[in-house]
Ligand binder design. Structure first.
Ligand code: LMR
Length: 390
């Protein structure tokens, strides 16, 4: 049967991991996959995570199954962090633990495709390269619009609104909650309000992807957009990831929350999510969620985690400032948020950066600024100059 399969290309983003690993140059720089690194170039396990893991080794009573929804205490403990104090009432906003933010996006896509198979999914470009394939995999029609101009590093808000005005009631609008991947260009407060008002007036359903909370400005500020839109619309989906802000990457720790307009509908949503999850992964992996739970249940650990998130954000902003001050033409980078900025470079320039300078960025020109040491900013800028990218 497998004769009929065509060979598929490797994932261009994840290929960078292997290519960088195989490079023997000692001064190589990895700005590929979205992983935070400290000034020493490592991705250490957070102090709070280590402490929580020690706590689990000593106190976790069993590895028995938890169930399809994972651990409801985990999804409930995240609610105030995501939705604000007393926000995200569980009777109207069921939550389900998922394998990472990617699992939450896929599960949300399944729910939409079941509820309204003819809904269109509106996606601003460029976006995370996996967004489109995830929604196409559940047979939703994806409509793209231009979200950013990379040459000027600007967010095309008017084009976005013009595109979304074409959407029909029941269509879904994918929004990056903060730290836009790949551009770092986030909507401001007024823009979130305008998008929220349009969704509310035209019956559009926001699907917010919040994968980097805390790594932009702060945990609170990075949830502002979500909270603005959440309170203005009757229905919304939220894909949440703990992979970056808890540094749990390989543990694949995430959740999907769905706001419904009544408790009855919310129960229906929850039962549908459970069925989709059961046929997809049966039950989510526990370890990452158990760590998050152990942190959020212990005030000293939570405080330490919050301090570590703030430290990560500070380092990212320092790298951004260092790049901008080394190259005036890249000054916009200092005003972008989160791990990524997307340079307006060609594939040939990306290749030259790798082969001639040992600097790895995504083929699209996306660079993970959180992978750069502040002291290496002048070297990056010199390399960009040498390949004609400034
Ligand atoms: C990224 O965008 O680099 C990360 O979200 C990793 C991934 O799965 O693509």
């Amino acid at each position: 049967m497998f004769e009929s399969l065509k060979p598929m290309p490797a994932d261009p983003l994840l290929q960078i991991i292997a290519a960088h690993r195989a490079d023997t140059r000692s001064d190589k720089i990895d700005l590929g996959v979205g992983v935070f690194r400290d000034e020493a170039g490592g991705t250490p396990i957070l102090r709070a995570v280590k402490a929580a893991e020690r706590y689990l080794v000593a106190n976790q009573p069993t590895k028995g199954y938890l169930g399809i929804e994972g651990d409801p205490v985990f999804t409930d403990l995240l609610r105030p962090i995501i939705f604000g104090k007393n926000g995200g009432d569980a009777s109207l906003v069921p939550g389900i633990q998922t394998p990472g933010g990617g699992g939450a996006l896929r599960l949300g896509g399944e729910l939409i495709a079941t509820a309204r198979p003819d809904a269109k999914l509106w996606l601003g470009t460029p976006s995370w390269p996996n967004h489109r394939p995830i929604f196409e995999a559940v047979k939703l029609e994806v409509r793209e619009y231009r979200f950013a101009d990379l040459t000027t590093q600007t967010l095309l808000f008017d084009e976005m609104m013009a595109a979304l005005r074409q959407a029909s009631a029941g269509d879904v609008v994918l929004l990056h909650g903060c730290c836009h991947n790949p551009t770092g260009l986030d909507l401001n407060h007024d823009q979130w309000r305008e998008v929220a008002d349009l969704c509310s007036a035209n019956g559009l359903i926001p699907f917010v992807d919040l994968a980097y909370q805390g790594l932009g400005e702060s945990l609170e500020a990075d949830a502002m957009g979500l909270r603005t839109i959440f309170e203005r619309v009757p229905e919304l989906l939220l894909a949440y990831s703990c992979d970056k802000n808890f540094g749990l990457y390989r543990e694949r720790t995430g959740a999907l929350y769905v706001k419904a307009s009544s408790a009855d509908l919310a129960r229906n949503v929850a039962s549908n999510l459970a069925v989709h999850a059961r046929v997809s992964w049966s039950m989510p992996p526990d370890h990452g969620a158990a760590v998050v739970r152990a942190i959020l249940e212990q005030p000293e650990l939570e405080a330490d985690w919050q301090a570590e998130v703030a430290e990560m954000g500070q380092r990212i902003r320092a790298v951004r400032r260092a790049i901008a001050s080394a190259a005036p033409s890249l000054s916009a980078i200092a005003h972008e948020y989160g791990l990524f900025s997307n340079l307006a470079v060609s594939r040939e320039q990306v290749d030259a950066l790798r082969t001639e300078h040992g600097i790895y960025i995504a083929p699209s020109g996306r660079m993970n600024v959180a992978g750069l040491k502040v002291e290496d900013a002048p070297r990056l800028v010199a390399a960009l100059d040498a390949i004609g990218a400034l």
